[in-house]
Design a protein around this ligand. Sequence first.
Ligand code: IPD
Ligand code: CA
Ligand code: CA
Length: 265
Amino acid sequence: MPELDPPIMESLVAVARQAAQAGGAVLEGFAARQVTITRKGPIDLLTEADTAAEHAIVEMIRAVYPDHQILAEERTSEQTSESPYRWIIDPLDGTTNFAHGFPIYNVSIGLEYEGTCVLGVVYDPTRKEQFVAWRHGGATLNDRPIRPSDIQQLDDALLVTGFAYDVRTSPDNNLEEFCRFTLRAQGVRRTGSAALDLCYVACGRFDGFWERKLNPWDTAAGLVIVQEAGGLVTNWNGGPFSIYDKQILASNGKIHQAMIEVLHM
Ligand code: IPD
Ligand code: CA
Ligand code: CA
């Protein structure tokens, strides 16, 4: 496992925090007015806020680390290099919510070093909540340590999930899993913001989260935040999760096996 010297990590975290705040400020600006919306697919929206926030975030990171790789969802300024560092950015996670004025969305910034996710910052500009974690550094919400819930049974658990943009056309659309969990858990929610779903597992607001078809920018930051908070993130078989996998299962650890069983029913 790669290790980074504390002063190097400190600088990386500071830049990630600043970039997340800058992206959040752009989103706040656009939230106050009518935004231009285009479509990437029948129900997959792209607003001018997505691209503007991405520009602001990427510019800020590039100003400090011009040689680092960048993988950003809207690919407005993708950069590949030989650098062992790769920033993975979702400038607006929760675009559908944002487009409707539904205040659940965030900026998500993760960092890989030599292929391992080492740092994550998720900033929710509507609640002014910033989740931050780095490898061996713990996880915080607005600088206070967080940890997952103590819920032991699915029966008592509040779960969350989401659906991919091909939900209308794909047979693997997560609707069967959604029905099964709805009948087993205390409640199931769909926030429309996967990075916040992960952060909410990390801080105990949710007890478990599963989703079928996520992308690296949805999970890179949240993965580190859940792990550092003391939660568990795996694939649907309970094996190691990679952000390049589609299926994710995150929980407080205690209900993980029960969730795997429901996923495979
Ligand atoms: C989406 C959200 C949603 C999840 C989708 C994602 P976007 O990201 O995270 O919760 O269910 O799978 O694509 O498009 O709003 O950045
Ligand atoms: Ca996303
Ligand atoms: Ca997005």
